[in-house]
Design a protein around this ligand. Sequence first.
Ligand code: BES
Ligand code: MN
Ligand code: ZN
Length: 502
Amino acid sequence: MALSLSVRRDEPETVSGDALFQFLFEGETDLPAALSGADTRLNGAISELLSSGEAKGKLHEATTLHTSGALPTRRLLLLGAGKRDDLTPDRVSRLFGQAVRIANRKGWTTLIAGISTLSALPDAGSELLRAAVSGALVGMGRGDLYKTQEVKPDALETLILSGPNSDAWQADVDAGVTLGEAINFARELVTRPAADLTPTILAERARALGEEMGFETTILDKAALEEMGAGALLAVARGSVQEPRMIRLRYGAFPGKPTLGIVGKGITFDSGGLCIKNADNMLDMKTDMSGAAATLGAMKVIGALRPEVNVVAVCPITENMTGAAAYKPGDVVTALNGKTIEILNTDAEGRVVLADALTYAQQSGATHLVDLATLTGACVIALGHSCTGVMGGPQEWVERVIAAGNASGEPMWQLPLMDEYKEQIKSDIADVENSGGRPAGAQTGALLLREFVDDAIPWAHLDIAGTASASADTKYRAKGATGVGVRSLVRLAETMATDSPE
Ligand code: BES
Ligand code: MN
Ligand code: ZN
């Protein structure tokens, strides 16, 4: 059941429910103002916890007190939030995610969150409230979509944000719900097995989203792709019995405003093709459409918040399989822009399908480009699972994208794009070849993409191979799909709406 969220004007310690949730900040031994009402009612129990050093406010430290009738909630949940000055929106998101996960585990139905602390902070409530609410929804998200036995329903039904001034909060709370639901939508798409999320089904999900949001929606089928000459996407699709699709969603008609092109890799299953992956490496390859999922998630938010910027989202969707008609090493494919690509490795399929998608986004009027792709294992080795790799140019645009990532709690790190390494993707027979071998694998993937981007168009490539999925539960989020990219893309679109992008 969906979490119901509401806002109350009352002091949080006067609202009834299963637990009241408040932050504790590290290094503050004096009782924070937000807790003084509760502390008085509890005969100084919170002050004692602080002065005895039993609760230190360290990030994610959780302390539960029973209130024995002193408060209208049966429990007080104190979550360590680290140092007050270090409280970022990202931390707030994670802390709210942790709070709802604790509530679900303990069987609490109603959680009251005291948020005067947030709205009193200098960086203003707005951003933090949005973060809090979206984080709570992300914390509710679960990966066990297919369980039929021993299913534990979510205990938590209601989250009440409580404190004076709450009138001003409703819009931010609503935006937080929109964002949290969109991240969970992206996570759900990634979690679906390939058999249940074929290219056709994913395209239908995109069409439904487009119709719901009033986007101009175009779904190109195989015949349309043949007609237009999208030879790269079609080549990858040949090994599958599933037909490919190209999705395009357009938002905004703001003359004089830039058009952000978002391109998301949508391989609904990557077997590697004839250069087949081994069992271990193939296991998670239903997630190879995480870029497309993030793109659709971001469009869901953009369609609801309606920033004053034009956006065109393009996702190439196909399986990469080994069928009798599969594309083969040595094949040369002609991309939508006329360039030829020699296929050295059928497992380097992401860059091949993105070649056509980048071209289509530019044909569709994109003035600025961001692409998101689970593109290379090399990026996972370079940056691990907490940091997305970024490559592109010009530098101002790359920095703008990274800034959007940092501000939204999605760490990004730029890798170089060395012109020298273009040697590695030079083909004897065609314009370029699709695999540059192992050295600098993340860069040679990006260099191939750059072949399909007009020099005049700012472009940033996000390699999310490491960050799209998490292999373990955390305090704030269930393992599996992370929805990475949704927050950063929304932030990027919003900043483009309010000021000029270069
Ligand atoms: N989808 C994979 C990349 C990937 C690896 C995503 C691990 C998530 C986790 C991609 O299509 C791929 O197979 N890339 C190859 C490229 C190589 C053949 C040049 C790789 O990274 O090994
Ligand atoms: Mn591959
Ligand atoms: Zn792939």
